[in-house]
Design a protein around this ligand. Structure first.
Ligand code: CMC
Length: 384
């Protein structure tokens, strides 16, 4: 394996190399702004705290797609358009029914979203695609969860918010106001986040002039990884691992032990935030309240103990994925669906970035620093 040591390598033809594109500005955007030192997040002009207190997920979709809030007529139209698109084509439903029941939900979602492209005329007006994918993702996720548990698929409602309809399709019964509000707030908090890996992937695919379905399929693949959206499932698995230890469970020793072994603690750290992630404030509050209400207070207390240990030992703060895990757990959602919920929210940001990139495009084509050998002598296969 080649060592990535830059000594003796002529780097003069390259402007600079930043591992992980750390600090590189690749695009301009009106979709979101992050101040990593202050812990500030803005979606198209509106602070995340303002949106968390006042907006619905549908309003956030409109905001990201149009760079302004909708008036009441526009909001009603968007809600109607989303409702009209919730049903899945039969072949996609057949795929969900027939695929491996133990498949990863994110893998099923990725394939199903890719299949949706076969039913949409691909043209230059991308907003209808954004609406269709946003409307259909919750149906895919809920349908697969029901099928893998041997239950009948629940058809989407012809009314209600994205959050309400998703919980209805997942559980087969209409959720209460509190559960709908919790889910809606989670969708708002995960909708958009600058040039994260999956949004970068979506914009890169868009920049080749490929279609939105391809861009979103690629973005789902990027979000799935545990260093990105997959971290929320990993956080819950960590807490459940602790739970298995019964009375011996010690979140402080567990965290310190992992750090000593140089292992990452999922749900902590961020490339941009060097302070508390503003989304985590809201999720922490929800996690405390919901875990008390649902008898999972132990999981919340362990989370707080891990948080304190991470702060004391490494001065690292939690990110969006840390408390979202216990929020979803408290409302009865299975851990391996958490990243899918992230996806059904982040589709709004991905599609907004896709349309922004398409409107002012240039191919994304960075360079790689070649550190291999050059001009080796050729040996015929029998002499190697
Ligand atoms: N646990 C323990 N140490 C950590 C962690 C963590 N979660 N995160 C960062 N560090 C340490 C890291 O070991 C390194 O220490 P040292 O300088 O002593 O080697 C230092 O902090 C810098 O970390 P890095 O990995 O170089 O930072 P990065 O910007 O490349 O990575 C990250 C950012 C999010 C991938 C990383 O913090 C991480 O792996 N976190 C755990 C996974 C996670 O929660 N991901 C969700 C990210 S936010 C939501 C999303 O995008 O989906």
């Amino acid at each position: 394996m080649a060592q990535h040591n830059l000594e003796n390598i002529d780097t003069s033809q390259y402007p600079h190399i930043n591992k992980g594109l750390d600090g590189i500005v690749a695009f301009s955007t009106t979709k979101s702004f992050i101040d990593g030192q202050k812990g500030e997040l803005i979606y198209s002009g509106y602070n995340i705290d303002t949106l968390a207190e006042n907006a619905t997920f549908e309003e956030v979709c409109f905001l990201l797609w149009h760079d302004r809030l909708p008036n009441s007529k526009e909001l009603e139209k968007l809600k109607k358009d989303l409702i009209a698109q919730r049903e899945l084509p039969k072949t996609v439903l057949d795929y969900i029914k027939n695929t491996n029941k133990s498949a990863e939900p994110m893998a099923v979602l990725r394939t199903a979203v890719s299949m949706l492209a076969d039913y949409e005329p691909i043209d230059s007006d991308n907003l209808p695609h954004a609406i269709a994918i946003t409307a259909q993702m919750p149906t895919i996720i809920a349908a697969f969860d029901r099928v893998r548990n041997g239950k009948d698929i629940v058809a989407p409602l012809k009314e209600g918010s994205t959050a309400f309809n998703f919980l209805y399709m997942l559980n087969g019964e209409k959720p209460g106001d509190a559960a709908e509000k919790t889910m809606d707030l989670c969708l708002i908090l995960h909708a958009e986040h600058g040039m994260n890996a999956s949004t970068f992937t979506a914009r890169t695919i868009c920049a080749t002039e490929s279609d939105m379905f391809s861009a979103v399929t690629g973005a789902i693949g990027a979000l799935k990884g545990p260093l990105h959206g997959g971290a929320n499932t990993a956080v819950m698995n960590t807490l459940l691992e602790l739970d298995k230890q019964g009375d011996k469970a010690d979140p402080v020793a567990f965290t310190k032990g992992k750090l000593e072994k140089k292992e990452k603690i999922m749900g902590f750290g961020h490339r941009v935030y060097k302070t508390f992630d503003p989304r985590a404030f809201h999720l922490r509050k929800m996690s405390k309240q919901l875990s008390e209400e649902t008898g999972h207070v132990k999981l919340y207390e362990w989370s707080e103990a891990m948080l304190k240990t991470m702060k004391d030992e490494k001065n690292i703060d939690p990110n969006v994925d840390f408390f979202s895990a216990t929020v979803y757990y408290s409302i009865g959602i299975k851990p391996d669906l958490y990243t899918c919920i992230f996806t059904m929210s982040r589709i709004s940001g991905w599609s907004a970035h896709y349309m922004e990139q398409a409107a002012n495009n240039r191919l994304v084509r960075p360079r790689a620093l070649y550190i291999g050998e050059k001009n080796l002598d050729w040996k015929p296969v029998e002499k190697r």
